[in-house]
Design a protein around this ligand. Structure first.
Ligand code: SAH
Ligand code: F3S
Length: 473
């Protein structure tokens, strides 16, 4: 059987989609190639959020195609994901060696298309139409006895976005919001847990809109509970699951019921990724975000009232059309006020067919770069202080496996989503354990479970002595 190599660009949804496609192909008998150099099928799962991401995938395909043409002309080349969806057949016009273009609602048919190409039934395949029910088709995981012993997993709960932020191409590449049924999602979670998964991240472009179409709001003591909170409760019931996260919510749909869920559902980790995009009300309005700076700050305050050490991360765009120095300073001051644990900064990128692309006062590259640097300094300074404050404290981590950068070390995550590295062995994988933080690096903490054991031992001995003294009295 042929082997396949999938390279993924962009967000966690893309990672999840790639994994589902790989699992479907493996189920059909494909093997997974370790690199593109040996693969019979090479697929690039692409991102369109910024021009930079598109250019990167295009350059990669150009290089792969040049190599393939010389040495392995029968290799099948394909694009999947957001750029495949938005550019379609144009990609083959530009790169004639490409055989396959699979849109975002057609992932689950990839095996079929490959079969058509390899059997010679079709020469080129471009499939980017909408397909009803495709949101429920991304459910396979590379389980096969969970040979990689994944401790964490992503579960896609919805596809698409109807918010139409004026800068964003996602509503165009991912289509209208479509949500999977709660029972379908919990069944997938249960299956994952049965293979050893302990932590699940629920994924969607705008999870706070989950089930807004076609679900009823539950009444009862909590007033009206949104479908997303109903989903969280249902997933919380999955036995054996230890931790739940989700990404991304939208501030507009961040109701009191969701804030309250953090205090009520112990499996829901104390971390929130809440994209703010800008600290200026004027820019937020131009972006069509649907909230104000003060509403955003209000949500953060509510969350911290529930969990004072809640880990909070965000996305921010610098250089949106018309953003003045004063607007940008509002963003700087918001970053200082919130003290984000982590922030992903994006230089505004003009995307085709989005309203912002046609707005006046596009900001020059130099100013975008300069604002990016200034914001980065503020964000990094705050994060450094916040991470350093962890030194000496005790945290609970879920051990995910060897660190990617240094496989001699193990990597775990705290409930508030900080990465902790420590010396350990594979037997720790999948364990929830307490570690003492010895020092902080850049967006990383270093821990030592042994010190904690020692501390506990000393503590226990102290109690023993006290007890012994008590007995002697
Ligand atoms: N709601 C989605 C957003 C997907 S895009 C989610 O959070 O999962 C991810 C981030 O990319 C956005 O939050 C935004 O900060 C950034 N982004 C989107 N379009 C952009 C553009 N045209 N230029 C620069 N950054 C952009
Ligand atoms: Fe994009 Fe805004 Fe939706 S950022 S994914 S249009 S919430």
């Amino acid at each position: 059987m042929p082997s396949v190599y999938i390279k993924t660009y962009g967000c966690q949804m893309n990672e999840r989609d790639s994994e589902a496609v790989a699992a479907q192909l493996v189920a059909k008998g494909y093997t997974l190639a370790g690199s593109e150099a040996t693969a019979d099928v090479i697929l690039l799962n692409t991102c369109s959020v910024r021009d930079f991401a598109e250019q990167k995938a295009l350059r990669k395909m150009e290089n792969v195609a040049a190599e393939i043409r010389r040495h392995r002309p029968n290799t099948v080349l394909g694009f999947m994901g957001c750029m495949a969806q938005s550019r379609g057949g144009e990609l083959i016009d530009r790169l004639p060696d490409v055989d396959l273009v699979v849109g975002t609602q057609k992932f689950h048919r990839t095996a079929e298309y490959l079969d058509d190409i390899m059997s010679g039934r079709r020469d080129k395949v471009v499939e980017v139409a909408e397909e009803a029910g495709s949101e429920a088709a991304i459910r396979e995981h590379l389980l096969a006895g969970n040979s990689r012993k994944s401790v964490t997993a992503f579960v896609s709960i919805m596809q698409g976005c109807n918010q139409h932020c004026t800068f964003c191409i996602v509503p165009h590449t991912r289509g209208q919001e479509r949500s999977r049924a709660i029972a379908d999602i919990t069944a997938e979670c249960r299956e994952l847990v049965s293979t050893g998964v302990k932590e699940i991240t629920l994924l969607g472009q705008i999870v706070t809109s989950y089930g807004r179409r076609g679900f009823s709001r539950a009444g009862g003591t909590l007033g009206d509970k949104s479908p997303f909170v109903q989903l969280l409760e249902a997933v919380h019931e999955v036995e054996g699951l230890e931790r739940i996260r989700f990404t991304s919510p939208h501030p507009k749909g961040y109701g009191d019921d969701l804030v309250e869920a953090y205090g009520r559902l112990p499996k829901l980790c104390e971390s929130a990724h809440l994209p703010v995009q800008s600290g200026s009300d004027r820019v937020l309005k131009l972006m069509h975000r649907g909230y104000t700076r003060s509403r955003y700050l209000g949500i953060i305050e509510q969350l911290r009232r529930v969990h004072p050490r809640m880990g909070i991360s965000t996305d921010i765009i610098v250089g949106f059309p018309g953003e003045t120095e004063a607007d940008f300073e509002r963003t700087l001051s918001l970053a200082r006020e919130v003290e984000f644990d982590q922030a992903y900064i994006f230089k505004y990128s003009q995307r085709r067919d989005t309203p912002a692309a046609g707005m006046p006062d596009q900001i020059s590259r130099e100013i975008r770069e300069e604002r990016n640097q200034r914001l980065l300094e503020v964000i990094n300074g705050i994060a450094k202080r916040k991470y350093a404050a962890f030194a000496g404290s005790q945290v609970q981590i879920l051990v995910e496996g060897p660190s990617k950068k240094n496989p001699a070390r193990l990597m775990g995550r705290t409930r508030c989503n900080k990465i902790v590295l420590f010396e350990g062995s594979d037997r720790h994988r999948g364990q929830i354990m307490d570690v003492k933080i010895t020092r902080a690096g850049s967006f990383t903490l270093y821990g030592d479970p042994a010190i904690l054991n020692l501390d506990n031992l000393v503590e226990e001995e102290r109690h023993e002595t006290i007890r012994a003294v008590d007995k002697m009295r």
